[in-house]
Design a protein around this ligand. Structure first.
Ligand code: UDP
Length: 476
């Protein structure tokens, strides 16, 4: 089925968390840019998430939106429509509440004159598999996690290993055993019998039966795990399309800046601050869009930065009042005065891609969120790894142990690192002869190549589109 003009109509359904929305909207941008005549797009969001589409829609006014009210839930904080509005205990309830969009979406489809022939939806919307089956359309899973992490998630949710000291995944090549506490807290809640976690687990099992899978990764980075997923799901059902490129619009004079938030420090000031620094001597510190450190961790980190003497940019997520009152997210008083001139603290949202791409950045202390890892890889910046939760321990396996472009400096969401160890790691991270740096530079070349015409990820996007526009009876 097509919309007017012969284009194949697809529905894109991003999960409302920055780490999930950003890459799927980047892919939407890429499809709209390169396949405007062949594909027409509708994006589903709830009202408060509409501003996150602003940049995409300003570049591609032809993209339609379907704005559906957030399903009411007495268990969620009033007005919460994005993971950004929540603290961890609510995540599973939030994911389940969004399942309430099933009926409104079905009604929209049935009333549409030319409804989508396929739905490309986030891996946290496993229920869209059943939804697609009911409508007789194709469902493609979008994974904002990498292929190794997704392989582990799929094996974990399918095999449902019971609680034990360590969990192993013998079917996944080169996959280490992980301590129980490093398994996703959502999975641990499932094992503890949480009904919302069971809904989430069922969604992951549904994901595995979906028509296709799109992963934000590239062959040169994760070939062995992509092969593993293809073996499990079908060789012609998996597309690796990364590293997805940020949406750049006419306002982005200095490169991609507006990736989902406004900045506490003007972009120009950040750039001119970095311009005054030496090449590859600045450490960038960020723990993504969700994590807020407890005050003990904030102090250890601040002390480590202070003792190291290195230049740094530290992006500090603005804590909610509740978190602040609970002893989290406070930059130690007086810290910024003590490091004035060599340290820049950005509160709230930082233009991460822009910062990582600046010649002054020499290393990135990251929580190992997959987007951060890819962005660092594209920038050719080696990492200091502090995985905390979710898929981050698995991502750290890849970048620290397999690819050796990162060094592990701490592990765990509650662990307080030693400030002397941190200081040493910061100093080493910006030393010119660090082996991780040379490897990161090589990986950067592979990352840039992957998305060029004729190379692996560009070819996979092309193949995905070819399959989407093919008649529905054609199996991939
Ligand atoms: N991000 C950003 N500025 C910030 C914090 C995060 O631009 O101040 C972006 C970052 O560039 C990445 C995403 O938000 O694209 C975070 O995703 P990631 O997978 O690294 O971590 P998560 O937030 O999901 O834990």
């Amino acid at each position: 089925m097509t919309t007017g003009g012969g284009a194949t109509h697809i529905l894109i359904f991003p999960f409302p968390a920055q780490g999930h929305m950003i890459p799927l909207l980047d892919l939407t941008h890429q499809i709209a840019t390169n396949y405007a005549g062949r594909i027409s797009i509708t994006v589903v969001v709830t009202p408060k998430n509409l501003p996150h589409l602003h940049q995409l829609l300003s570049v591609h006014p032809s993209i339609q939106t379907l704005v559906l009210p957030f399903p009411s839930s007495s268990k969620l904080p009033t007005g919460a429509e994005n993971v950004n509005d929540l603290t961890p205990p609510f995540f599973l309830t939030f994911i389940r509440a969004l399942g309430g969009l099933y009926d409104p979406l079905i009604r929209w489809f049935r009333s549409h004159r030319s409804p989508p022939v396929a739905i490309l939806s986030d891996m946290f919307f496993g229920w869209t598999h059943r939804f697609a089956a009911e409508l007789g359309i194709r469902r493609i899973v979008f994974s904002p996690s990498g292929a190794l992490a997704l392989s582990v998630l799929y094996a974990m949710y399918r095999d449902a290993p019971p609680k034990s000291d360590v969990v192993s995944f013998p079917g996944i090549p080169n996959c280490p055993k992980y301590p129980w506490l490093q398994m996703s807290p959502m999975y641990r809640s499932y094992v503890d019998g949480d009904p919302d976690a069971e809904f989430h687990r069922n969604g992951f099992v549904d994901n595995m039966g979906s028509w296709g899978l799109v992963v934000n990764t590239f062959a040169e980075l994760e070939e062995v795990y992509l092969d593993h997923l293809k073996k499990e799901l079908g060789h012609d059902r998996v597309w690796a399309v990364g590293p997805l490129k940020p949406i750049v619009d006419d306002d982005d004079q200095t490169g991609p800046t507006n990736r989902g938030g406004s900045f506490s420090v003007p972009v120009d000031s950040i750039v001119s601050w970095l311009d005054r620094c030496d090449d590859r001597k600045v450490v960038y510190v960020s723990f993504g869009s969700v994590a807020v450190l407890c005050n003990d961790q904030m102090e250890a980190l601040a002390l480590g930065l202070e003792k190291s003497g290195v230049h740094f940019v530290w992006a500090v997520k603005e804590p909610t009042k509740e978190l602040l009152d609970g002893g989290c997210g406070r930059v130690p008083p007086g810290f910024e005065d003590r490091v004035v001139g060599r340290g820049l603290v950005i509160r709230g949202w930082a233009p991460q891609v822009l910062i990582l791409g600046h010649r002054a950045i020499g290393a990135f202390l990251t929580h190992c969120g997959w987007n951060s890892i890819l962005e660092s890889t594209v920038a050719g910046v080696s990492m200091l790894a502090w995985p905390m939760q979710a898929d981050q321990f698995i991502n750290a396996t890849l970048v620290v142990d397999h690819l050796k472009v990162a060094t592990r400096v701490c592990e765990g969401v509650q662990v307080v690192p030693n400030s002397d160890d941190l200081a040493r790691a910061f100093i080493e991270s910006v030393s010119d002869d660090r082996a991780e740096r040379q490897r990161a530079a090589r990986l950067h070349e592979a990352a840039v190549r992957a998305t060029k015409d004729g190379f692996s990820s560009a070819k996979d996007v092309e193949s995905l589109i070819d399959h989407l526009v093919a008649p529905e009876t054609t199996s991939k």
